[in-house]
Every structure is written in structure tokens, then in C-alpha cells.
Design a protein around this ligand. Structure first.
Ligand SMILES: *Cc1c(COP(=O)(O)O)cnc(C)c1O
Length: 345
């Protein structure tokens, strides 16, 4: 009796993860292994390898949020298994995204009535938001050119040479010529005068950046709006503006409320912002807001009904997680205008 007990105690080492055969063979890198392994071993192996990653809390690069309050972490974990796209199954999550769109649109001074729903959508980040905004401009321009009986096969877009790579992606993926305003010594953002000079009848929009990726500087959107208004009057075109406010969209409304860069300027038709930058949510959320329904061509919106009722969608992907949308709503109602100001000063 005593003997067999001793034997089973000494057997305990076999059940130790580190002493098990699963961690003694080299890890598969190219082909899925033939045999399965216990969950404890899988966890330990992956956890240990991940220790070689950097520590997100020490990572200030890419300006992305790496800490949220434990209450919000709880909401995130509780919704990690909700597919965002299934709006019929998760109508409250859809409602929270709509509230975020409304709040952000108001923050950007969209011309909306007190209880009028804003036009916008949650995305994976500013990059997806910019693809959608760019597509709306391209389609809008094509429709206008077609109606006028003019060629619509050579669209271009005007930006500064300081743009984030997503604008280059948009141009290449969706076949729009990118016309970049060169930077010059001592001036590292898009010069509005030069930008307007590059505008021609094939320009689908001018994209300004609020918070240049290179140095954080805001471009002068008001000056751009004024110059472009004048050019539009002279030429009969109606070239619009998009503001890439990936980083500045959650800074300017709090720190510089008087600065006119948003929908207060008539030519600004759409704005994107990254929820995971100064929206203070973990990576995986962005927003694009349109000035009004008229600025988002109907034919880009798909109506699907295979998950239940009719659902309008305008995104590049289909399924995605819900957690980031819920976390964004948490930050907006938790901080409010007053604490958002404190968080960023
Ligand atoms: C970060 C950034 C982007 C890309 O945003 P993601 O949310 O990472 O896709 C685009 N434009 C500017 C100006 C940025 O700072």
C-alpha cells in the first residue's frame, strides 16, 4: 500500500508540463503536427514563446492603446464570441455602434438635427475607413462624369507626400492615380496652395491629414477649403475634401475646439478616425463618418437578408469581433467630454 503510494507520487513528474514529451520535441513550423497535445502543454508552449515579444505597455509606437480599465476588459472578454456582422442576433451591439457613429459625427460637427441619425460605420481601423471613403468619392465622381457624358476612366486623388501608406494602398488597389504634393525643407505637411494647383477635372478628392504620420502636425484644412472653393467656382467642378483624422480626430475636438477642420467646412464630405489611437480602445477599431446621406452613393451599400431581417452594410469584410465596438462605446460614455480632455492633456 505504502509502496504504491510512493510510486504514484514519483509519477507526478510525468504530468509536469515541462517534463512531458510534448515540450521535448521541436515545435512544428511548416506542417500541422500529426498528433494532438494536451491543452496545458499547448498553453505553456505558446505562452513561453510569446514572452519573447515586446511588452505592449512599453510600446508607444503606432500610438495605439495598450491599457483599458478592468471593467472594460471584462466587457471585452464577455463579448469576444459575438460576431459583429450578425446584427439580428446582437441588436444591442449594433445599437452601440450606431450610438458611437452619432457621437463621433456630432464631435466632428456634422450638420445633424438633435436626434437625427448620422451616416457612418465602424471599421477595423482607419485604413479600412479610408478605403470606404475613397470608394465613395470615386463612385460619386464617376456618376457625375457619366451624367455629363465625360470620360471617367482616369480618376486621381491629391494628397501630401506625408500620407500614411493606406492612401497609397487605396490608390493602387482601387486604381486611382495618386498625385502627391512634395514636401520641402522646413515644411513637412501638404501645402494647400500646391494641392489645389494639382487638382484637375479628374480629381475625386483632396485628402488632408489631421495629425501627420511624420510629425503629428495638423494640415491647414480651412485654408484648403477656402482655396478649393475658389477653384471650384472658377472651374465649375465640385472637388471635395476628405480629412484623415486617424490620430487628430480624438485630439482636436477637445484641445482646439475653435479650430475649423471638420464638417464646419462645407467641402469636407467625410472624415476617418482610429478608435484604437486616441479613441483609447485596443487595436481593431476605426470610424468613417460622412457629412450626409448624399455623400455616400447608394449603390455601395449592400442589403443582405440571410441572417434575418434586411441589413444594410458598407464594409470591406464581413464577420468580425464585437468587443472593440463595445469598448469604444464604453470609453465615450465613461469619459464624456470632460474626462476625454483630461486624458489627452
Ligand atoms: C495610423 C494612421 C492611419 C492608419 O490607421 P489604422 O487605424 O492603423 O488603419 C492612417 N492615417 C494616419 C494619418 C494615421 O496616423
Amino acid at each position: 500500500m505504502a509502496l504504491s503510494e510512493t510510486a504514484s507520487e514519483s509519477n507526478a513528474s510525468i504530468h509536469s508540463t515541462f517534463a512531458s514529451r510534448y515540450v521535448r520535441v521541436s515545435l512544428p513550423r511548416f506542417k500541422m503536427p500529426t498528433n494532438s497535445i494536451p491543452k496545458e502543454a499547448a498553453y505553456q508552449i505558446i505562452n513561453d514563446e510569446l514572452m519573447l515579444d515586446g511588452n505592449p505597455r512599453l510600446n508607444l509606437a503606432s500610438f495605439v492603446t495598450t491599457w483599458m480599465e478592468p471593467e472594460c476588459d471584462k466587457l471585452i472578454m464577455a463579448s469576444i464570441n459575438k460576431n459583429y456582422v450578425d446584427m439580428d442576433e446582437y441588436p444591442v451591439t449594433t445599437e452601440l455602434q450606431n450610438r458611437c457613429v452619432n457621437m463621433i459625427a456630432h464631435l466632428f460637427n456634422a450638420p445633424l438635427g438633435e436626434s437625427e441619425a448620422a451616416v457612418g460605420v465602424g471599421t477595423v481601423g482607419s485604413s479600412e475607413a479610408i478605403m470606404l471613403a475613397g470608394l465613395a468619392f470615386k463612385r460619386q465622381w464617376q456618376n457625375k462624369r457619366k451624367a455629363e457624358g465625360k470620360p471617367y476612366d482616369k480618376p486621381n486623388i491629391v494628397t501630401g507626400a506625408n500620407v500614411q501608406v493606406c492612401w497609397e494602398k487605396f490608390a493602387r488597389y482601387f486604381e486611382v492615380e495618386l498625385k502627391e504634393v512634395k514636401l520641402r525643407d522646413g515644411y513637412y505637411v501638404m501645402d494647400p496652395v500646391k494641392a489645389v494647383e494639382l487638382v484637375d477635372e479628374n480629381t475625386i478628392c483632396v485628402a488632408a491629414i489631421l495629425g501627420s504620420t511624420l510629425n503629428g502636425e495638423f494640415e491647414d484644412v480651412k485654408h484648403l477649403n477656402d482655396l478649393l472653393t475658389k477653384k471650384n467656382q472658377e472651374t465649375g467642378w465640385d472637388t471635395p475634401i476628405h480629412v484623415d483624422a486617424a490620430s487628430g480626430g480624438f485630439i482636436a475636438p477637445f484641445l482646439y475646439p475653435e479650430l475649423e477642420w471638420d464638417f464646419r467646412l462645407p467641402l469636407v464630405k467625410s472624415i476617418n478616425v482610429s478608435g484604437h489611437k486616441y479613441g483609447l480602445v485596443y487595436a481593431g477599431i476605426g470610424w468613417v463618418i460622412w457629412r450626409s446621406k448624399d455623400d455616400l452613393p447608394d449603390e455601395l451599400i449592400f442589403h443582405i437578408n440571410y441572417l434575418g431581417a434586411d441589413q444594410p452594410t458598407f464594409t470591406l469584410n464581413f464577420s468580425k469581433g464585437s468587443s472593440q465596438v463595445i469598448a469604444q462605446y464604453y470609453q465615450l460614455i465613461r469619459l464624456g467630454y470632460e474626462a476625454s480632455l483630461m486624458e489627452i492633456t
